[in-house]
Design a protein around this ligand. Sequence first.
Ligand code: ZN
Length: 463
Amino acid sequence: MKTIIKNGTIVTAESEYCADMLMEDGKIKAIGKQVSCEDAEVIDAQGKYILPGGIDQHVHFSFQFNGTSTRGFKTSCAAAAGGTTTVIEFVNQVKGKGLIESVEDYRKKNADGVAAVDYSFHVVMTDPRLEVVEEIPQLAQVGYPVMKLFMAYKGMFFHADDEAILKALLKAKEAGVTVMVHAENADIIDVFQKQLIAEGKTAPYYHAVSRPPVVEAEATRRAIYLAETAGAPLYIAHVTCREAVDEIGAAMARGQSVCGETCSHYLVLDESNLAKPDFEGAKYVCSPALRTPEHLEYLWHGLNLGWLNAVSSDHCGFDWKEQKHMGHGDFRNIPNGAPGLQNRLSVLWTYGVEKGKISRQQLVDLYATSPAKVNGLFPQKGSLCVGADADVVIFDPDYEGTFTVADMLHEVDYCSYEGMEQKGRVDTVFLRGKKVVSNGEYIGNNGDGQWLKGSPFGLLYQS
Ligand SMILES: [Zn+2]
């Protein structure tokens, strides 16, 4: 399969230029002026931008909450439709099983032959027994160089205390495994939640009241000091507030290898959404919680400073009608998370590039290149260099419309950005040279995706 994209403007994390691109056998074969190839399909991309396929390093296709689950890997076609060609899913270690066994079992059962885009995993350590901690270095050898620990969710089986985090950090650094944390103080949340419910404050809005910025700031700071104690790199998932951004910036200034991601919804949706009437606020219940507009502005600032280096979706597809309503009468029972897999690139373009908050090069870095580096997938992924996988997005900047659930392939009954203005859209997507989106329409298949083996020392390579 050979394709030439002509007359487009190629955008990378470093530069922008007009050139033709030849894709052959799943790879980028040539970039230059007047590239030709006899039997190639030729696509004219005049007036359009050519971007690397996105890497969404934070998705949940099998997240369980109160016994109910998110939509599975078969909905990963939504990633492709939104310009994301690689997703990285979280897998909980199963009690009694090892880390690698848990993730490999999950992969075979849920992703192989089903995923519509390429995929990898972050394993969540839930059972920090000695032999499990000892297994951490092997994660890097088999291709899983990032693991995750949850500081939030007191009483849940996947909650990790400081001892577990420190042990993981000490072991992980030996082998180039990066520890990623969900940083929220579980005890503060628990006390606040019980207090609010006792006062009869049960509506979705109180989800945000129960986990204010200090909850995130304290845990972020604690995780950073644990990483300093261990002399290990640290990655902070879904940073949402000024205080946490500042903790990361201060650690970087001290020379620590620390960085964080934020997510598209934290950049454009504020906590007023949680106050929507008729239980609609439940659609926006995610953790950490949505913040006030000042924090949103500061997140853009954090991206510009490089204190945050990626924008993920934290896609978590729970239906509003059935699943979110489990928390009617008690916000603690609302499944946490919101869908956004398909919207990430267009949200960043509309509210970042078009509003002058980030450049096109920064967009590419935040949605593709940096996450590829953190996860040990660069330059095979997140790059438009010759020899890289031909994961390529042709982006039409002239499109104007609105985000709506009718356009979503995620099989969830709502869109987090419903009714919001959209400028620019994904026109065409290639996954390793195969066209999976054409003229905005998804034309790929389940099973198009392949498992990716990550290399160790991603976060160190990044810095
Ligand atoms: Zn998440």
